[in-house]
Write a protein that binds this ligand. Structure first.
Ligand code: ADP
Ligand code: ADP
Length: 229
C-alpha cells in the first residue's frame, strides 16, 4: 500500500525561476527511494508537494494511482508521516505533540514511541521554556530534540507512507546513529521518500535519485552511483 508516482512535475515559487523541471519517478509500495543532491536543488520542494504544502502546478503526483489533487489534504495526510527539517510544535506537552499523530493512542504507546526517539525523559514538559504560565515545567527544546519529537509522532502514527526530509540533520552523530536505526525499523515495509544531502546516509535505499537544479541528473543504487562517480 502507498505507491507514489511523480509524473512530469514542474514547479516554481516565482514564474521567472523554475525550481522543478519535469520530475518523474516512482516509489513502489513498501520501497524506499532517496533523493539526494546539493542544497537548493529542489529536494524539499518535491517532498512538500507530496504532503500538499503547495498545490501541484503542472504534471501530477499520485498515491496508489489516485491523483492527490482529488483527495482532501486531511485524508492525504492521514496516510503520510512527515519528519520535516524544521519541526514546529504545539505549545502543549511533548506527550501531546507526540499523540497528535494518533489521538487514540494510550499513554503506554506514547511512552514507547518516545523511548524509540530517546525523549521519554521529557514527555511531560512543554517544548518552549519561556512560557510564563507554566513556570518551571517549561523546557526549551533544541532543533534536534524537536526533530526527535517529530520522529516519535511518526513512530506512533505508523502510516503507510513516510517522508523523511533530512530527518536526522539536526542531531549529533551519536544520536543520529541511534535515531537512524529507529527510522530504519519504522521505514521497513513502508513506502518511504528520503531526502538527504549525502549519498553515504542512504546506503539502504532501493533507488537513489540525484537531483541537480530541479532535474534528475542521475539515478541508481548506492553501488552503481559510487561506481560512476
Ligand atoms: P533543497 O531541499 O534541495 O535544498 P529546496 O526545495 O528547499 O531545495 O529549494 C529549492 C529552491 O527553491 C531554492 O533556491 C530555495 O531558495 C527556493 N525556495 C524554497 N522554498 C521557497 C519558498 N517557500 N519561497 C520561495 N523560494 C523557495
Ligand atoms: P489539517 O492540517 O488538514 O487540519 P491535521 O492537522 O488533522 O490536518 O493533520 C492530519 C494528519 O497530518 C495528522 O495525522 C497529523 O499527524 C499529520 N500532520 C499534520 N501536520 C504535520 C506535521 N507538520 N508533521 C507531521 N505530521 C503532520
Amino acid at each position: 500500500q502507498g505507491a507514489i508516482s511523480f509524473k512530469d512535475v514542474h514547479f516554481s515559487y516565482d514564474p521567472a525561476r523554475p525550481i522543478l523541471k519535469g520530475i518523474s519517478f516512482e516509489v513502489p509500495a513498501g520501497k524506499t527511494v532517496a533523493v539526494v543532491g546539493p542544497s537548493g536543488a529542489g529536494k524539499s520542494t518535491l517532498s512538500r508537494l507530496l504532503y500538499r504544502f503547495y498545490d501541484i502546478q503542472s504534471g501530477s503526483v499520485s498515491v496508489d494511482g489516485q491523483d492527490i489533487r482529488t483527495v482532501t489534504q486531511k485524508s492525504l495526510r492521514s496516510v503520510i508521516g512527515m519528519v520535516p527539517q524544521d519541526t514546529v510544535l504545539f505549545n502543549d506537552t511533548v506527550a501531546y505533540n507526540i499523540r497528535y499523530g494518533r489521538p487514540s493512542a494510550t499513554d503506554a504507546e506514547v511512552k514507547a514511541a518516545a523511548e524509540i526517539a530517546q525523549i521519554a525523559h521529557f514527555i511531560d514538559l512543554l517544548p518552549e521554556g519561556f512560557d510564563t504560565k507554566v513556570g518551571e515545567r517549561g523546557l526549551k527544546l533544541s532543533g534536534g530534540e524537536k526533530q526527535r519529537v517529530a520522529i516519535a509522532r511518526t513512530v506512533l502514527k505508523a502510516p503507510p507512507i513516510l517522508i523523511l526530509d533530512e530527518a536526522t540533520s539536526a542531531l549529533d552523530t551519536t544520536t543520529e546513529r541511534d535515531i537512524q536505526t529507529a527510522l530504519d525499523v519504522v521505514s521497513k515495509n513502508r513506502t518511504t521518500l528520503v531526502i538527504a544531502h549525502r549519498l553515504s546516509t542512504v546506503i539502504g535505499a532501493d533507488e537513489i535519485i540525484v537531483l541537480k537544479s530541479g532535474e534528475i541528473a542521475e539515478r541508481g543504487t548506492h553501488t552503481t552511483l559510487l561506481q560512476k562517480n
